[in-house]
Design a protein around this ligand. Structure first.
Ligand code: HEM
Length: 454
């Protein structure tokens, strides 16, 4: 590890964190120690060190640091994302992988994904050929509806209102804000107004979800159509591991937090990259139109074997991992890495953005080239060499990959199958602004407004 850099917060202020940290790693190396406010932080920026830390030292860093989100919004760290490593977290992960986000469960939501996707396609058709539309808004609304219906069953007003509250909550999180940098200085949390804001959002979210749950109990859905909430409520009576109502609410909050923005931004970035690369756009449209042969309404099984579609999504996740620094981890078992003592409470950031673009592993790393995966059949969920980590790695790796990808594949395929796209006002494809905003998931700063023709 390079010598500790003390108090280098100023290097990051005003930068997009993953880009600022990538620049710092180019200067100080792939394993850095930074003092960010009062938080001692290790930043890993190469596949080699990611592999070492997410395998050999994974258990040392299998905890999450203090955040106001975990404290207030996640019912005192009882959701999956924030729960400390241990038996409670293990049990929740089990429910998550075996029931909530299993392949079978993801498949059971196929028809609702198809309906919501079709509703977006119909809206675009209705707005007319040649008229600019805000695709960011359309895709984000569709993703919210998909997760809302999967979580609660048939969408009603209150359920959509819940997605709005979660959105507001997650917009308050992320980044290097005062509360994350000075977690022990509770007075600062008050002065910055964050604690009050989080408490107010939490109260609103809690009221809404209480109403949704009472309504749910009155209109219980059939077991073949079990929503995520049904599954969790069933676990309230579990003999070995009963969940409390607050536990259920905390996990539902995760499903929304994890399931909405991640999928939406992947679709948004994929279309942005395709607009900038007409060759790839044409190739993908040719693949879709050849395979679907004029089919009126496409279904998920129609696109299962489309390799270029899969490669476009892989390449989008390489260049635009929605969580470019994963979710911060915290060391709770001191260790020695590369001769350096890592103290209790040291924070770990894995800069997947830098790793996915590491020139030692990726040829022409900054360019969007889906074909690179034709000769490199890397697994989308991660690789042995740790040079591709959009879903993270180790014990805390994302459990929602299949659910997330299912919400990207059909919408992306449909948008390109039914329509041709260009930028409005004769703007050339290479002038599309690609500025990012860091937050719960890294999204476009400027909405993606495009003109469909059909
Ligand atoms: C393209 C879509 C998605 C991407 C790229 C993604 C990425 C990630 C990443 C990078 C992490 C952090 C891993 C770490 O700390 O090492 C994570 C964690 C998590 N994700 Fe996802 N995610 C996606 C979709 C979803 C969906 C759809 C859900 C649920 C509905 C979900 C639920 C979670 C949960 C619960 C965790 C916390 C795991 C833990 O702490 O044990 N994710 N995700």
């Amino acid at each position: 590890m390079e010598d500790p850099i003390i108090g280098h917060m100023h290097h990051l202020i005003g930068t997009i964190p993953h880009r600022g940290l990538t620049k710092l790693a180019q200067k100080y190396g792939p394993l850095m120690h930074l003092q960010l406010g009062e938080v001692s932080t290790v930043v890993v920026s190469s596949p080699r060190w990611a592999k070492e830390i997410l395998t050999t030292y994974d258990i040392n860093f299998a905890y999450r640091p203090y955040t106001l989100t975990g404290d207030i919004l996640a019912y005192n760290f009882t959701d999956i994302v924030h729960a400390p490593y241990g038996e409670y977290w293990r049990q929740l992960r089990k429910i998550c992988t075996l029931e909530l986000l299993s392949a079978k469960k993801v498949k059971s939501f196929q028809s609702l994904r198809e309906e919501e996707c079709w509703s977006l396609i119909s809206e675009i058709k209705a707005s007319g050929s040649g008229k600019p539309i805000d695709l960011s808004k359309g895709i984000s609304k569709m993703s919210a509806k998909i997760i809302s219906r999967a979580a609660f069953g048939k969408g009603i007003k209150e359920e959509m209102a819940f997605t709005e509250i979660v959105k507001e909550a997650v917009q308050q999180t992320g980044g290097f804000d005062v509360a994350n940098i000075f977690p022990s200085k509770k007075v600062l949390h008050h002065l910055s107004g964050k604690r009050a804001k989080f408490t107010e959002i939490h109260k609103r979210a809690d009221n809404l979800i209480n109403n949704i749950i009472s309504d749910h109990r009155r209109n219980h859905s059939s077991s073949s159509q079990e929503s995520l909430l049904d599954v969790l409520l069933r676990h309230r009576d579990d003999a070995e591991f009963p969940l409390t109502l607050d536990n259920v609410k905390a996990v539902i909050f995760d499903m929304f937090g994890g399931g909405t923005d991640t999928s939406y931004v992947v679709t948004e970035w994929a279309i942005s990259e395709l607009i900038r690369c007409p060759r790839a756009m044409e190739k993908l449209q040719a693949e879709l139109r050849e395979a679907l042969k004029g089919k009126e309404r496409i279904k998920e099984e129609d696109i299962q074997d489309l390799m270029y579609l899969k490669n476009v999504i892989k390449e989008t996740l390489r260049l635009h991992p929605p969580l470019p620094l994963l979710m911060p981890r915290e060391c709770r078992k001191p260790c020695v890495i590369n001769g350096y003592d890592i103290a209790n409470k040291t924070k770990l950031l894995v800069n997947v953005f830098a790793i996915n673009r590491d020139p030692e592993y990726w040829k022409d790393p900054e360019s969007f080239i889906p074909e690179r995966f034709e000769t490199n059949p890397i697994n989308i969920m991660g690789s042995d060499q740790y040079e591709y980590l959009p879903f993270g790695g180790g014990r805390r790796k994302c459990p929602g990959g299949s659910m997330g990808l299912a919400s990207v594949e059909l919408p992306l395929a449909s948008l390109l199958y039914y329509f041709n796209w260009k930028l409005p006002n004769g703007v050339s494809h290479d002038e599309l602004d690609m500025t990012e905003v860091f937050g719960s998931a890294v999204r476009r700063k400027i909405a993606l407004v495009l003109v469909p023709t059909f």
